[in-house]
Write a protein that binds this ligand. Structure first.
Ligand code: AMP
Ligand code: MG
Length: 348
């Protein structure tokens, strides 16, 4: 299949490009489009055969359900059976934005979207292209991240192009995404609201509005409530090690690991904070990528997937990443870094 990449204005999207995207979606095809979190791979959420194409293009496991994106409340109402008071509060405070709500689904939502679960995950994005495209299509749009399954999420049109070229008819490219990590997935279907996946809206922000909020921590051997959380995501091709500890210790250990890697003839890449960059430069790694300041996690979040993807593109065999403090957006960032590193985490 020939893939067209159309550059679109991220602030005032050109109406004819939104119309072109809407036509493909209405015809049951896939369109990649920017959201404020990461790029989405969209399909008509009401049609089984369209959604099935998402799983095929990504190589996504069938048991990993899709987030449905809407552009207005009336559209959301058709998909949700019961709106709990907590869900209403979330809509009022955080929509449009990077918060996905898990709520009981209506019969209109196909089982392929929820992977057979009784609840649907639903979100209203704030990106003008995403909102404009959904509005123009007039349909709810199922859209996971527009990467090949297992790879880091795409935060630019170039990332999508690399993963989806030849598999879908259209990519709407509006440049870099502002948030850079995926939405927070929050179960508000009843009882205490529970975070199933940390993301763009923090636990602290949710607590201010909702009071008590739990974080789902799956018990060993039990399936997590968000099926996608069990997969090793965001993994670069090279071996990755995440280093956690005081600044001085991490910098010293990074020096040792770079030497060890080089002595085994490996290409070594480092993902680090701005604060550590000048000390690490002299280690002569094959790639030094600055994620951002440790005091500005929003900066780290927006650069994270670019850094992971660059390591692949430049053929790094060993990737050493400096951890940042948990809390706020730091929790979502560390969740992604830990998954990217698999079990290779050094506490020093
Ligand atoms: P992605 O869109 O690829 O960033 O992933 C969506 C995330 O939301 C995955 O972790 C899914 O398992 C989770 N999710 C989607 N739908 C549901 C649902 N109905 N119930 C619980 N988790 C869901
Ligand atoms: Mg994803």
């Amino acid at each position: 299949m020939q893939t067209k990449r159309s550059y679109i204005n991220g602030v005032n999207p050109e109406p004819q490009l939104l119309k072109e995207g809407a036509k493909w979606l209405q015809a049951g095809e896939l369109v990649a489009f920017p959201t404020e979190t990461v790029y989405g791979l969209g399909a008509n959420a009401l049609e089984d055969s369209s959604c099935a194409k998402i799983f095929a293009a990504k190589g996504r496991p069938q048991d990993n359900p899709l987030i449905v994106h809407v552009s207005n409340r009336a559209m959301a109402n058709k998909l949700v059976e019961v709106w709990t008071p907590q869900a209403e509060l979330c809509v009022r405070h955080f929509w449009p934005g990077p918060l996905t709500l898990v709520l009981p689904k209506t019969a209109l939502v196909p089982n392929v979207v929820t992977a057979g679960l009784p609840n649907v995950a639903i979100r209203m994005p704030s990106h003008p292209v995403a909102l404009g495209l959904i509005e123009e299509t007039g349909l709810p749009i199922a859209a996971p991240s527009a990467n090949l399954s297992g790879k880091p999420s795409p935060t630019s049109g170039s990332h999508v192009w690399r993963d989806m070229k030849g598999k879908i008819p259209l990519i709407l490219d509006a440049g870099a995404c502002s948030v850079g990590v995926e939405s927070t997935v929050l179960d508000v279907s009843g009882g205490v609201p529970t975070i199933l996946r940390p993301g763009g809206i923090t636990l602290e922000q949710l607590e201010l509005v909702l009071g008590e909020v739990r974080v789902d921590s799956p018990i060993e051997g039990q399936a997590p409530k968000a099926p996608g959380m069990k997969y090793r995501h965001y993994a670069p091709q090279g071996e990755m090690i995440l280093l956690m500890g005081s600044h001085e210790r991490v910098v010293r250990r990074l020096g040792q690991e770079v030497q060890r890697g080089h002595s085994r003839l490996k290409k070594v890449g480092i993902l680090c904070t701005l604060e550590s960059a000048s000390s690490l430069h002299s280690l002569l790694p094959d790639l030094l990528f600055v994620l951002g300041s440790k005091d500005r996690p929003e900066e780290v979040a927006s650069n994270l997937f670019e850094g992971l993807r660059l390591c692949d593109e430049r053929g790094m065999d060993l990737i050493l990443a400096e951890g940042i403090e948990e809390g706020g957006l730091g929790t979502a960032i560390m969740n992604r870094l830990q998954k990217a590193a698999g079990q290779r985490i050094l506490y020093i």
